[in-house]
Design a protein around this ligand. Structure first.
Ligand SMILES: Nc1ncnc2c1ncn2[C@@H]1O[C@H](COP(=O)(O)OP(=O)(O)O)[C@@H](O)[C@H]1O
Ligand SMILES: [Mg+2]
Length: 505
């Protein structure tokens, strides 16, 4: 038994071998990608170099079910074992069913493959006894309980494991895998910038997307990197979902097991469409999926192409990316919080004497961030440049743990509020109905919002965003009604709606 992975799900693939008389040959049937034909050379050399013989018969390999496309070298090991059994060099294994994957090198060593976590989850679901795989993939498979993990360094090892029960030691995973080795950077590293730190706390609490605007060196990237540490810790289920994506992408670092921390991804603005949202001839997850349950950070937002930003709309709305090709249709998960950063003008020093931008340049720059993507960002915050010497004098503030506790409490309030609404967990995702129901204002609040709308010329969209964010601020304060102070703070987070941005300076 082997497996094929589509999206982040593994499907069973049976590897059948038949030896027949006639002219020696080697045929793989069952929708194999051309890459699988090369298996012949690797399998033949590996068998010989491990002291077995490669039968001079007509060999037919069938990968079933035939309707599903198979790609990659992971079937080398099951093919080699199948040939050994068919040619009576190895007894059929009668002691339960085993899922087998691994690429062979010419000397018979095993090389790691992608997607082992979903395969191990499948093996458990199918009630298989164990997985036989390359040692580099063993920790990943060991995440799944109730499954024996049999790591084999070579084809010879694999044969030994199948022949001799005493070789099957219980597998002990190596210490600290996944991204658990390096701790996440902490918010206490950031000096000053109280307003921005508060803004990311509100964003984390309500699941709001956020943009930081400030001159170079003001700490935008530094703060954005720390957002994952403010979010609730991953549940085991979420950690498995994150690890699945990295497993399929072949990006699990070294010998690694569960991803323990929320991911932070910062794709460069030159990243291709497929790199950002996933795709390619054999679809791979993109940055939005690598940011699943974490943070996608778009630094230098105005540098991104507008069409690339368009692509983010579907994942932002649906929490997944659908990819359709001629023969396949699959999806990758992509539930993430979006953070962005930008300079206030092309040179970065808007409002300071050293700013060298012309009004026209500033206007064109502002125009680049208008439109559909900005529409999805609830919280805008402007950060002042602080001279380094001054920063040193500011005392370290709260650490991520303290802030995260408040975020977790606010999230618990939201979980209770939306208990009856499937798929709705945070204030950021409230629709018009929930906004009417949960964001009622008193007379003072209505007057304040009305005045702000008029003065700032806010749209109906901005109006709803302000209400969602004020709901989160009230939740952080443990207040059921939205008070005027909560609303006033939310109104502050609409920098990019101000005339200077709309009219360019
Ligand atoms: N508020 C701050 N507190 C502590 N260090 C800071 C702060 N702002 C900037 N720095 C220092 O300056 C460096 C550059 O900051 P960065 O976050 O990259 O700025 P930006 O993204 O706004 O250009 C950081 O690595 C950090 O060492
Ligand atoms: Mg930066």
């Amino acid at each position: 038994m082997s497996s094929a992975v589509l999206g982040v799900d593994a499907h069973p693939v049976e590897v059948e071998t038949d030896l027949a008389g006639g002219l020696p040959g080697f045929t793989v049937v069952g929708l194999p990608d051309p890459s699988i034909r090369e298996s012949r050379e690797r399998v033949a050399a590996a068998l010989k170099n491990c002291g077995f013989h490669f039968p001079a018969r007509r060999i037919t390999i069938n990968l079933a079910p035939a309707g599903m496309r198979k790609v990659g070298a992971l079937y080398d090991l099951p093919i080699a074992l199948g040939i050994l059994v068919s040619s009576e060099q190895l007894e059929p294994f009668a002691d339960g069913k085993v899922l087998v994957v691994g690429e062979l090198s010419l000397d018979g060593d095993l090389r790691p493959v992608k997607g082992v976590l979903p395969m191990a989850l499948l093996a458990r679901e199918l009630g298989l006894r164990s997985v036989l795989l390359p040692p580099e993939n063993a920790d990943e498979a060991a995440i799944v309980d109730g499954l024996e993990v049999w790591p084999a360094r070579s084809l010879g090892d694999a044969v030994d494991l199948l022949r001799s029960p005493e070789k099957r030691d219980p597998y002990v995973p190596s210490e600290g895998g996944g991204n658990g080795r390096r701790p996440m950077p902490d918010l206490s590293d950031v000096r000053g910038q109280e307003q921005a730190k508060r803004a990311v706390e509100v964003a984390a609490a309500g699941g709001h997307n956020v943009i930081l605007i400030g001159p170079p060196g003001s700490g935008k990237t530094m703060i954005a990197r720390r957002i994952p540490s403010l979010l609730p810790e991953l549940t085991r289920e979420e950690a498995i979902d994150v690890t699945r994506v990295y497993s399929v992408a072949g990006l699990l670092p070294g010998r690694s097991s569960l991803m323990r921390y929320r991911p932070f991804r910062a794709p460069h603005h030159s990243t291709s469409n497929a790199g950002l949202v996933g795709g390619g001839a054999f679809p791979r997850p993109g940055e939005v999926s690598l940011a699943h349950h974490g943070v996608l950070f778009l630094d230098e937002l105005p540098e991104f192409q507008k069409n690339v930003l368009e692509l983010l709309r579907q994942p932002l709305e649906e929490g997944s990316v659908r990819i359709a090709r001629a023969a396949i249709s699959l999806s990758f998960p992509a539930v993430f919080m979006m953070a962005a950063a930008m300079n206030p003008c092309p040179c970065g020093y808007y409002g300071e004497p050293r700013c060298t931008c012309t009004p026209g340049e500033i206007q064109r720059y502002a125009a680049r961030v208008s439109g559909p993507l900005l529409d999805r960002i609830d919280i805008h915050v402007e950060m002042p440049g602080v001279p380094y010497r001054e920063l040193q004098r500011i005392e370290a503030g709260e650490g991520s743990d303290v802030v995260r506790e408040r975020v977790v409490r606010a999230r618990a309030v939201q979980a209770e509020r939306f208990a009856g609404a499937p798929g709705l967990f945070t204030n950021a995702r409230m629709g018009p109905k929930e906004i009417r129901r949960y964001c009622a204002l008193d007379a003072d609040g209505k007057a304040l919002l009305g005045k702000a709308m008029e003065k700032l010329g806010l749209s109906a969209r901005a109006h709803d965003r302000i209400l969602r964010v004020s709901r989160t601020i009230a939740d952080l304060a443990g207040s059921d009604p939205i008070q005027t102070t909560h609303l006033a703070e939310a109104i502050q987070y609409r920098s990019l709606d101000r005339p200077r941005w709309r009219e360019g300076g």
